[in-house]
Design a protein. Sequence first.
Length: 156
Amino acid sequence: MNEPYLQLLWAFLATLGFGVLFRAPARDLPFAAFGGAVSWGVYLAIKAMTGTDSLSYFAASIAVGLYAEMAAAMLKRPATLFIISAIIPLVPGAGMYRTMFEAVAGRADASLTIGFQTLTLAGAIASGLAVASAVSRILWLKKPGAPRILRRRGRR
């Protein structure tokens, strides 16, 4: 099996495992796990094109957010159910570990450098989810079925 496909499979399985750990409903587990594979797939694709981690994390988290909003609308479930599970492959846990390892070892410069990189990735994830949420809300407000008060432009 080709390595990127194997990585997508592992992202799917890891997300599935975390979905079980978080006690997500069984009927929603496949959709949440697929979101994890989507997030890692977008990360790999953007990383191959640009070579930058922060942009890759940002784009992948936008993809997760949009996927979660679409899945939530189709399945009539809260979007956070899919976001929490699907974002798991992107969590920079290794960077957090290395930051603490360097700090405990007394190498403050290395700890600060790795810590800043890790916080940058975490910020990219948070920013991407915020952008996806804003975009989905804008699209939702323009739908004809949106509540009337949200569609009015002015009072008459």
